[in-house]
Write a protein that binds this ligand. Sequence first.
Ligand SMILES: Nc1ncnc2c1ncn2[C@@H]1O[C@H](COP(=O)(O)OP(=O)(O)OP(=O)(O)O)[C@@H](O)[C@H]1O
Length: 318
Amino acid sequence: MNADAVADAGGYAIDVRNLNKSFGDKHVVNDVSLQVARGEIFGFLGPNGSGKTTMIRMMCGLLTPDSGSGTCLGYDILREAALIKRNVGYMTQRFSFWEDLTIRENLDFIARIFEMPDRRNAVDQALESLQLQSRAGQLTASLSGGWKQRLALAACMLHKPRLLLLDEPTAGVDPVARRDFWDELHRLAAEGISVLVSTHYMDEAERCHKLAYIAYGKLMAHGTAQEIIAGQGLTTWEVRGAHLTEISEQLRQCEGIAQTVVFGSTLHVSARHPHAIEAALAQVDAGKSLQAGPVDTGLEDVFIYMMSQSSDNFGARP
Ligand SMILES: Nc1ncnc2c1ncn2[C@@H]1O[C@H](COP(=O)(O)OP(=O)(O)OP(=O)(O)O)[C@@H](O)[C@H]1O
């Protein structure tokens, strides 16, 4: 099926099944299947070295899986890699620019490399689409991190891809610039562009329509944020009071406590059974006058929990 046929049928932008990839004896991607609907922002989460970049590279035809199959924009990932590359915008973790060129010159340079027809028009449209016109003449070296990311996104959009694969696009970017970047992604998604984006930021995960959590090459969970949270079946209490780090250590030793995480001046205690938290708090509370009560389990609680549950099968954790 060609890509337009997929678009017409409202099919998946990405539909890959049982992908596997090993580097030497490291099984980096282990039987992962993934579907991303058209116009969906799909978040890809997982610890460092869990195989997210490798998955992205296999999905856009840059890397051949050892086994598995699937389509990207309706094109076969094994046989039609060239067509995929032409229709996908891929933002790598380390997008590089010519610092001594302006925004416009950088975009024009990229358009030249890709031998794009009607280069000037393509650059104008990318500048307009990412609201970069007012800065088009600014030297790239003088841009803030947020504007550099926006330029990187404009570069990916030059050839009008219908799917964006963004590998940690906002790493090291301040919260306001990250929010603006995500507003932009939502605007693009509303136009029907599909986005698969890897991130380590929980606020960004919450802005995705769907999420997948991959740890040490295996897909551990996928669905909406609510589905992923519900899937872990954790109950969480928030504890306030003095000496939270010490209390956290003590609670962790108590029976039935799945995890404790200090968030600034509060402590989150999670367990599979609510009574385990009450019992544990009763044990450690003696004379400490803690304030404690149930709260909604958040995505961050769940991801920290899933990370602690997954075994490190190739020593990638720092
Ligand atoms: N070309 C390669 N040759 C050998 N090993 C590789 C290669 N590419 C990736 N790896 C290894 O595969 C594992 C997964 O890497 P990958 O970059 O896919 O993870 P990631 O989830 O994107 O990590 P991060 O969040 O740190 O970007 C790592 O242990 C990495 O060192």
